[in-house]
Design a protein around this ligand. Sequence first.
Ligand code: 4AD
Ligand code: MG
Length: 410
Amino acid sequence: HRLRRQKENTFIIIRDDRGGIIQSVFRSEKASHLTVESSIEVDGLLQKDPRAPEGGYEIKGNNLKTFNLAQPNYPIGEYQSTELLLDNRHLALRTRRMIAIAKVRASITKFARQWLIENDWMEVTAPVIVKSAVEGGSTLFKLGYFGEDVYLSQSAQLYLEAMIFCLGPVWSLTPSFRAEKSRTVRHLTEFLHLEVEAPWVSLEDILRVQEQLVSFIVQNVTNERFAELNQLKRNVTELKNIQAPFDRIPYEKAIEILQTKGFRIEENGNSRSIKWGDDLNVDSERELTKHYTNPVFVVGYPIQLKAFYVKEDRESLGRGLSADMLAPKGFGEITSGGLREDDIVSLTKRLEEQGLNPATYDWYLDLRRYGSVPHGGFGMGIERLMRWLTDIEDIKDTVLFPRTVSRVVP
Ligand code: 4AD
Ligand code: MG
């Protein structure tokens, strides 16, 4: 991992396969050929030494065997530009920061799975090659498929909906794809998507599943990855206090709060006060959540702001039975979910209103033709959750090999 040469002794900082670090000391002539990132096997005497940089132990080296002598021009050093590190992510993975990030990420998916399995949700997978949009046509990736146009899936939701009629509560953890042209710190073109769907639920049921799942993940990841989170300079005390239930803010209340704070939005070069019907952008989400420590739900967005499948609140027309979970302190949306329109007439109307061709959704409409039930679910972006849990601003650093509009290598 590092080499420190002195006249008589050479200190070799060895990194093991899981990122553990220990110092070894060899007579300099035995290590004179070594370069950083060479792979070696050493034997020696393990000695307690409070001066050793990691863990208070060091290996007083005896024999050293070299498997691969690394070329001396290792591109990753101590102070390097973000771009260079991204260009060399296949090697930058070996930095202590990226190792910590990978471990937190592994714990997040582990505890998400654990909660779902323990609560009797069934794991399923949906196809990634699909014929239709779930989240609007503008972010679809088109593929050539034996002379036919097909797309990369934006969400497994429609397929999970097909499964709940015979498999009950289901979940999947699969990549989703969005042709996002904008470069932002919270959008990837490929992200890991945890999606959950269940029959016979109310909106409140869906919110409860989310807050329990997220609290469980946060508590367990904080315990298991305490050292890594500290290393990433995350305020861990703040995370330890995260607890269900999370506040529910009705959409119109959110707008009111923003109005009282004098929140304005830019529209065609003009600035105006935020009003009912406006979507919540990054800035408004930050404004709403900056004083919270728990995540919050914004509930009941105007239906026209949401996808075609969102069920309209029959008691309050114009409002969707949907909610977004916003992470505190401005990290913004981490989940979207709610109830699905189960009436075929309303669903077909909504498809048409959004300029989508109902014929493309014929199989999906069958799920309303043949024995539909009230149902709902949500989707959570793993990298969005990572950003918040690690306090890492740029989403590119929450995934090992990020995909964005300008990056597909390595
Ligand atoms: O809000 P979205 O678009 O909702 C859906 O896809 C629903 N069909 C999910 C469902 O109900 N089954 O995406 C869900 C979540 C977002 O809240 C966000 O966390 C994440 O996926 N997400 C992204 N993460 C990274 N980069 C992107 N471009 C993302 N787009 C969505
Ligand atoms: Mg959303």
